[in-house]
Design a protein around this ligand. Structure first.
Ligand code: NAI
Length: 449
């Protein structure tokens, strides 16, 4: 649904009025268009004293992507992005110089700009000083993202010790976070845990030759996922309940895929998916567990059917279907499984004990299955959307909806395409080193981490 306030403060007379009154003016986010350049202007690469080699490697890669790379801040330049390489930082005191350099050029960051940090996890540090320096980057990034304006975002990539700065998933995450594909991803730290994965031959079609199943694909986020995976080269099988059959057929036609009418909670759901993909494609590479429902009530008023149906669709079905797929021989060489979680499953939400149980359950499920997927050369991850403009959120009462929509650093709801872009990234070969993670697509929601 459309966001009337966002439209008013960005157009005509009401834009001028909003400026004069000093009202918050969320920017209309710039989203990806196939064929557009990765960035529209130069990128500044800065680093702490110990991370010079890593910064050279990152700058070299950006040059290979035809990006205009600068190594020193020039206040007369307008930069489209800043990459802050802090992978080898040794003490909290060493963070000041590179960050103050970034601060000095921030006024020259173009609208829709990007700040991306590269760092390492505190959990891998051998001393308290090193852990403090590494964890310090998280604090910087999360705070800086809250200071950026005009549709700009700040995100980080956290490389496990032993993972090099040009590992496939570091490059994949860097490209994703610099691009307009990550328009509604803000204040997040994406963990790269291994050097698995590969860079695609064609960055515009990384899913060429893959077969993908998307559940709940008749509308909303699921339909956007199907369209985005098809755009990136995948062959689609779209799944939804028989009652949504017409809309499902419409999506299947649009993406030149096939439709499978199915309730994901049915006992034979996994068997029917397997039968369908075996008969038509011989195998399955990407599975997106997107089907989901809300049945909100305060726990004091919760009826068993509201509790049970939400748990059944949102977490029990993905558990059973994934288990059956892992037990089968149908999965391809580098399978990708991605589940829809929610920020409610991380931070909790009033009236959503059932929904939050299911979505937190999904986060637990992907963590538990990550090692099994590593053994098969694959990954399993979750995406946790915040407030996304869909039929599901259109049902939220006006006042609650307006508050939920504004309570993030970008001061607006995301769109289904924003969730779909993150899922397409996690489904791609360049995300092979990201496993067991939950990536939030929430504009840096003010609640939760
Ligand atoms: P939606 O209600 O617009 O679409 C959900 C789709 O799933 C519908 O087409 C529905 O028919 C299908 N579905 C429901 N039960 C099914 C079943 N038993 N078997 C097969 N298909 C079934 O929802 P929306 O907003 O597109 O959400 C998609 C996913 O994203 C859900 O898992 C939701 O929990 C999650 N999400 C959405 C957020 C939002 O702000 N819209 C925020 C956080 C998470």
């Amino acid at each position: 649904m459309s966001d009337t306030y966002l439209n008013l403060v960005n157009n005509g007379f009401t834009k001028t009025l909003a400026k004069r009154l000093g009202l918050p003016r969320p920017a209309v986010l710039r989203r990806h268009r196939p064929g557009e350049p990765l960035l529209r202007g130069p990128v500044l690469v800065v680093h702490d004293a110990a991370s010079d080699e890593a910064a050279d490697a990152v700058a070299g890669q950006l040059l290979e992507w035809d990006v205009d790379v600068h190594r020193h801040a020039d206040t007369s330049e307008q930069f489209s992005a800043v990459v802050v390489v802090l992978t080898e930082v040794t003490s909290p005191a060493a963070l000041g110089a590179p960050l103050l350099e970034v601060g000095a050029m921030l006024r020259g960051l173009a609208p829709h700009g990007r700040v991306v940090t590269l760092s390492r996890p505190a959990s891998g540090a051998s001393t308290a000083t090193l852990a403090a320096a590494r964890q310090g980057v998280d604090g910087i990034l999360r705070s800086l993202a809250k200071e950026l304006r005009a549709g700009s975002t700040g995100n980080g990539i956290v490389l496990a010790d032993g993972v090099g700065p040009t590992a496939p998933s570091v490059l994949g995450a860097l490209r994703f976070l610099l691009s307009t594909r990550s328009a509604f991803v803000d204040g997040q730290l994406v963990q790269v845990t291994s050097e698995a994965g590969s860079v695609p031959q064609d960055w515009e079609r990384p899913l060429d030759g893959t077969v993908a199943v998307v559940t709940g694909a008749a509308r909303g986020i699921g339909a956007a996922i199907a369209r985005t995976l098809a755009r990136d080269g995948a062959t689609l099988v779209v799944v939804d309940v028989p009652a949504a059959g017409d809309a499902l057929a419409g999506v299947a036609n649009e993406v030149h895929g096939s439709a499978l009418q199915l309730d994901v909670t049915a006992d034979d759901a996994a068997a029917r998916i397997l039968e369908h993909v075996r008969a038509r494609h011989g195998r399955l590479d990407v599975v997106i567990h997107n089907a989901g429902i809300l049945r909100d009530k305060l726990l004091v008023n919760m009826k068993p059917e509201r509790w049970d149906s939400v748990l059944a669709v949102n977490v029990t079905a993905p558990l059973q279907i994934t288990e059956a797929l892992l037990d089968s021989d149908a999965l391809g060489q580098a399978p990708r499984i991605i589940c829809l979680a929610s920020t409610s499953g991380i931070a909790g939400n009033r009236g959503q004990t059932n929904y939050a149980a299911s979505k937190a359950g999904v986060i637990g499920m992907v963590q538990a299955w990550a090692p099994a997927l590593t053994e098969r050369g694959g990954t399993i991850n979750a995406v946790a959307p915040g407030f996304i403009e869909t039929d599901m959120t259109a049902k939220i009462p006006f006042a609650t909806r307006e508050v939920a929509r504004r309570l993030n650093s970008l001061q607006q709801g995301g769109r289904p395409i924003d969730v779909a872009e993150t899922i397409a990234f996690l489904a791609s070969p360049q995300a092979g080193g990201i496993n067991g993670e939950t990536v939030r697509v929430c504009g840096q929601n003010m609640v939760g981490r």
